[in-house]
Ligand binder design. Structure first.
Ligand code: NAD
Ligand code: DAU
Length: 400
């Protein structure tokens, strides 16, 4: 009984203390007898980060179902990515995916037809400096979420139970590193993670698979290559190079810069995820890639050219002059390449943009959103968390 009361107390706490935008949702809770039936919903976990917020924004702009968005708002989560969303279509909930009481209450109340899990610690370099947060969220957090989802799914009946899906968003890094002439990763490639980040994502994938096999939970897993696009936190290669290049700071190249990544615009990734959700076969995994293999040197040189064209430096010096070799990342994977023929064949996926087009749009987006980048660089975006949730709530996020 006390657990239930504690759960409800926590539930009302997050509903009430969220911003005015969420008040009308609060009024709907709990769903009382006679209250209007709420339309079908999906639950997105980690929807204030880079890919998650792109996914939520596109999903809602396409007129699809309302979204319940659960996010812990770590340093990588940015509530302003989601500002202006209509409150009757988007409920933002500040919380941890490992909080089983919270996720159980949310699931019971909102009855989503799908749970899409983006929430993770995602930066390889951070995982090398501090792996624990990666195990806590990516492994244990995923386990707790799966447990809550399993209990919810077991309580569904008939068509609702049949239609339910759990989508685990994963990475090509679980497959390890390719040699120059190796074929691209396929879904059957053995897992060989090389960083603590990749190992934690591999564990989450294995747990997801086990919940499908053992308990029959209708799971889907996607393993995607490197994303770029709007709202990416500037610790990752593309936004870091854009912001450093604009500020005239060094552009750090790890090692010889000849490591290869297979790039995909985030909007193409999100489309692949919608296809997987709608048409994917439960129990299956789908590789998602862009077919755009580039060395890091090629990527940074292209970014330099775009910056020189779209925002020439005041002194007229080419951004290329800012490139600097720095120490290599320990255990640095040499090459990723994804064979996405399964999702192309079965679900009709094809990337819509070339790397050059997508990168140009991305540079333009960063140039057009200077207040977003200024707030991220200054840390001002974290004020929202302080104002709305109090300084204490920052602790969990800032540890990571
Ligand atoms: P991100 O770091 O930008 O965002 C992660 C989000 O998860 C943030 O909003 C953060 O606040 C939230 N979060 C972290 N821990 C949480 C927790 N315990 N509970 C609830 N929310 C939590 O990440 P991203 O780049 O958008 O990646 C999203 C997912 O896609 C990750 O699972 C990642 O492994 C996967 N992925 C990323 C890429 C890429 O290139 N960025 C490629 C393939 C797969
Ligand atoms: O492949 C998918 C993965 O792509 C995702 O699962 C990860 O969450 C995401 O962070 C990304 O991992 P990478 O390690 O490939 O991305 P990152 O942007 O950190 O680095 C891309 C390449 O650029 C990599 O070879 C390291 C190199 N690099 C990165 C930084 C930040 C540099 O040379 N200099 C840098 O300053």
């Amino acid at each position: 009984m006390w657990t239930t009361i504690a759960g409800w107390t926590g539930f009302f706490r997050f509903v009430v203390r969220d911003a005015a935008a969420d008040r009308c949702w609060a009024a709907l809770f709990p769903r009382l007898p006679g209250a209007p039936e709420i339309v079908m919903t999906i639950m997105v976990v980690g929807g204030a980060g880079f890919i998650g917020s792109n996914f939520v924004l596109e999903w809602l702009s396409l007129g699809l179902e309302p979204v319940v968005n659960l996010d812990k708002l770590t340093y990588a989560g940015n509530r302003t990515n989601l500002s202006g969303l209509p409150p009757d279509r988007h409920l933002f909930v500040h919380g941890d995916k490992a909080d089983r009481a919270l996720t159980a209450e949310l699931l019971a109340q909102r009855r989503p037809r799908a749970v899409v899990d983006f929430a993770a610690e995602t930066h390889v370099d951070r995982s090398i400096r501090g792996p624990e947060a990666f195990l806590t969220t990516n492994v244990l957090g995923t386990f707790h979420l799966l447990e809550a989802v399993r209990a919810y799914w077991l309580g569904l009946a008939g068509a609702e139970r049949e239609a339910f899906r759990f989508l685990q968003i994963s990475t090509d890094e679980v497959y390890g590193s390719l040699g120059p002439d190796d074929p691209a990763f396929v879904e059957e490639s053995p897992y060989a993670p090389n960083s603590p980040y990749a190992a934690s994502k591999a564990a989450a994938d294995h747990l997801t698979r086990a919940y499908g096999r053992t308990y029959g939970l209708p799971t889907l897993t996607t393993n995607c290559s490197n994303n770029y696009g709007p709202f990416q936190f500037p610790e990752k290669l593309v936004p870091l190079m854009i912001l450093n290049g604009l500020a005239g700071r060094d552009l750090p190249i790890y090692g010889d810069g000849r490591q290869i990544r297979d790039w995909l615009h985030v909007a193409d990734h999100c489309r692949a995820l919608r296809l997987t959700l709608e048409r994917g076969r439960p129990g299956e995994t789908y590789n998602i890639g862009g077919g755009q293999e580039k060395t890091n040197l090629e990527t940074v040189e292209l970014l330099c050219r775009l910056l020189d064209e779209l925002a020439p430096a005041a002194d007229g010096r080419p951004r290329r002059d800012l490139m600097r070799r720095v120490a290599d990342r320990p255990g640095h994977d040499r090459r990723y390449a994804v064979d996405f023929s399964k999702i192309a064949r079965e679900l009709g996926f094809a990337p819509a943009r070339t790397f050059e087009q997508g990168l140009r749009e991305t540079v333009e987006w960063y140039l057009g959103h200077r207040s977003w980048t200024d707030d991220v660089v200054s840390g001002a975006y974290r004020d929202w968390v302080k104002v709305h949730y109090g300084a204490a709530s920052l602790e969990g996020g800032e540890k990571s």
